[in-house]
Ligand binder design. Structure first.
Ligand code: HEM
Length: 210
C-alpha cells in the first residue's frame, strides 16, 4: 500500500511539473500554444482574470493536498497541518473553484465539456466545504473522508493529462476524446474511490471465523 502511495505521489508530481513546463507559453500569452490557440478574442476579457489565478492555485492545491494527506506530518506537526489546511481551503474555494467554474464556460469542445468542468468545479467546492466544516466541528473521520474526496477531484487535472497522453501515444486524436476525458477524469476516480472505500468497510465488518 505504501509503495502504491509513493507511486501515486510521484506521478502527481511528475504531471504537475509537466503542466508547469507549459507556463512560459502562457505568460505572456502565446496564442500558438495548444491551449491558447483560438482563444485570443476572449482571453483579454474576464478570462485572463480567471486563467492566471487558476494557473497559480492549481499546482499549489495539488502539492498542499499531498502534504495534508501525509499521516506522518499530520501526527508530528498538527499545528502545521491546520495552517496548511486553511491555506488549501482558501486556495481551493476562493481561487481554483471559481476560476475553474468560469473557465468551464469557455471550454472549446462543446456543451458537454463545459457542463463536465462546471460540475467538477461544483463537486470540488462542495467536498472541500464539507471537509472544512467537519474539521471546524471536530468531526475528524468525516473531515478526512470529505478531504480525500476533494483531493481525488483535484487530481482530475492529473488524470485529464494522463488520458490525453494515452490518446496521443495510441494515435487516437479524435474530437470525442476530449469530450470523454472531461467526464472520465473525475467521475471514474471518484467512483473507484467510493467503491474501494465501501469494499474496505465491508471487509472490516466480516468476522474472522477461524
Ligand atoms: C478541480 C477543479 C478544477 C476545475 C473545475 C478546473 C477547470 C479548468 C478548466 C475549465 C480549464 C479550461 C479547459 C478548457 O478550456 O478546455 C482549466 C485549465 C487549466 N487547469 Fe484546471 N481545473 C481544476 C483543477 C486544476 C488543478 C488541480 C490544476 C493543477 C495543475 C489545474 C491546472 C490547469 C491548467 C494549467 C490549465 C490550463 C490548460 C493547460 O495548461 O492544460 N486545474 N481548468
Amino acid at each position: 500500500m505504501n509503495v502504491l502511495r509513493w507511486v501515486g505521489c510521484l506521478l502527481i508530481l511528475k504531471v504537475t511539473i509537466d503542466i508547469l513546463k507549459n507556463y512560459p507559453g502562457y505568460l505572456p500569452p502565446d496564442f500558438t500554444t495548444d491551449f491558447l490557440r483560438g482563444r485570443e478574442s476572449e482571453f483579454f476579457g474576464v478570462y485572463q482574470w480567471a486563467f492566471y489565478p487558476h494557473l497559480l492555485a492549481g499546482p499549489l492545491s495539488l502539492v498542499l493536498g499531498m502534504v495534508l494527506l501525509s499521516k506522518r506530518i499530520r501526527q508530528h506537526y498538527p499545528r502545521w497541518h491546520r495552517r496548511v489546511g486553511k491555506l488549501q481551503v482558501a486556495c481551493t474555494l476562493l481561487v481554483l473553484v471559481p476560476s475553474g467554474f468560469w473557465m468551464a464556460f469557455y471550454a472549446q469542445e462543446g456543451l458537454s465539456v463545459k457542463i463536465a468542468f462546471a460540475l467538477l468545479a461544483i463537486a470540488t467546492g462542495m467536498t472541500t466545504w464539507f471537509g472544512w466544516n467537519a474539521a471546524v466541528r471536530k468531526e475528524f473521520a468525516k473531515h478526512r473522508l470529505w478531504m480525500l474526496r476533494s483531493y481525488v477531484l483535484l487530481c482530475s487535472a492529473v488524470f485529464l493529462r494522463l488520458i490525453g497522453g494515452a490518446f496521443v501515444i495510441t494515435g487516437i486524436e479524435e474530437e470525442w476524446t476530449y469530450r470523454m476525458a472531461a467526464w472520465v477524469c473525475w467521475l471514474v476516480p471518484l467512483a473507484v474511490f467510493e467503491l474501494t472505500r465501501i469494499g474496505t468497510k465491508k471487509r472490516k465488518r466480516v468476522p474472522i471465523t477461524q
